[in-house]
Design a protein around this ligand. Sequence first.
Ligand SMILES: Cc1ncc(COP(=O)(O)O)c(C=O)c1O
Length: 424
Amino acid sequence: MPLASSRPNTSVAQAASGVNWDRLRQDFPVLSQLIHGRPLVYLDNAATSQKPNAVIESIDHYYRHDNANVHRGVYTLSERATQAYEAARDKVQVFLNAAQREEVIFVRGTTEAINLVAQSFARPRLKPGDEILISAMEHHSNIVPWQMVCEQTGAQLKVVPINDNAEIVLADYRQLLNKNTQLVAITHISNALGSINPVQEMIAAAHEQSIPVLLDGAQAAPHLAVDVQALDCDFYALSSHKIYGPTGIGVLYGKRSWLDAMEPYQGGGDMISSVTFEKTHYNVLPYKFEAGTPHIAGVVGFGTALDYVSDIGLDNIAEREQQLLKYATQVLLPLQGLRIIGTAKLKASIISFVLESAHPHDISTILDQQGVAIRAGHHCAMPVMERFKVPATARASLAFYNNEDDIDRLAEGIKEVNRIFAGI
Ligand SMILES: Cc1ncc(COP(=O)(O)O)c(C=O)c1O
């Protein structure tokens, strides 16, 4: 294992920001355990991040003290539950800098947010010959809903290519925008490659032709400050569980003008203002799109997670994760037979790689024996694997609570894989 003194000089635990990262790590109880006799190193943050005590406690508190259904009761518990639920909406509004709280729709996650737009926004507008434009680095969640809606309407899916560094080819993007394009749906940050896309420029180019843009923010929202008004995106989708909040909850942000003009695609309780057998009138925004009892505890926990990351500061988090990315890249690149897939100039703290000596699943299995958790597979982005002509990659994705020791343990583990599989 490299000694601290031999480390590339990229960071110290107490960064210029003044944030004590070592102390923050203590907020995550799951990280303080042994896996196969070794301290856990958790490097699968792009799949889901761990939860701080504050989030766990807020969910516990909600169930112990406030649990009731929202928007329905006039008794104290229901009022408390409603207040906590709606307070979280205000927090999301601030977190994304949305112009209005009504633009924040709670959904199950990024996947549901995109499906909502596909069914409520795109489906009624699309006709044969229309086009939806995505990129070659999308997660299946930002491919399949569009394929489904294309099948339902006769529209076509178009794909912007990416170059060998895993960057969107902007010239091709501009060429693909045309009068038939009804929507651009692009990932802000790629989960499989780490690329941070030039979304501001892409949105501006689409808007020049009055084409609305949806951003898949599943990987961006945890790692950089998102301002939907500055971006001027029409829709933004994100998942709580990647931002240190609970699973099963997420957000669709949409510009009010679009949301007002959209019909809900799910019917049920809470999304109506009146129902008779002859006619139903839908509720106002945002409730129109929140049919049924929502994941109240999840929303409460998510609100706490947003408080938690906002206290640290997204800019501080981004800076710390860039330090870790730089360190990890420097430590991993010299390892024998290792090739990083995804070398965009602008990159988040995600390192996908392949090794000459072993399949990604074997790498992940050997690392697990050493207490190091990484992901192996296609990362729900099979077309990315095809683009780079690899069956799968191993992926280490870093969060602010990771540190240089974690990265050293990863490197040690990879050396062990090389020893076992290639005797090197
Ligand atoms: C870029 C991207 N989009 C969409 C998703 C889907 O998110 P969820 O499964 O939380 O709906 C993910 C999850 O990994 C992702 O990384």
